[in-house]
Design a protein around this ligand. Sequence first.
Ligand SMILES: [Zn+2]
Length: 97
Amino acid sequence: MNIIADNLCVHDKRSSSYADIHAYDDPDEIPAPRINCFCDNCFYGRDRLAVELENNRQKIDRFLELHLASIEERRSLGTTSRLGRAIDACDKLNEDF
Ligand SMILES: [Zn+2]
């Protein structure tokens, strides 16, 4: 279960419902996600929040990729430092996504 994917527009390829809903559809006839869409996730605004969370998750992933060596080096300082605790919090957040 991926809480972000569960809340994306059902026409978004990243949605957990996409494969079930569009399994037998012609790819050229699948509606564009979000545009004039009234699926439950769009209607209730869950898609907008899910997109925002997904974008932030991607930013966190990019940040971790860019700074992984530095983070690993600093992690060796231990988790008692403020920076160590912040890194641990980022790791936990990333695992939850
Ligand atoms: Zn939708």
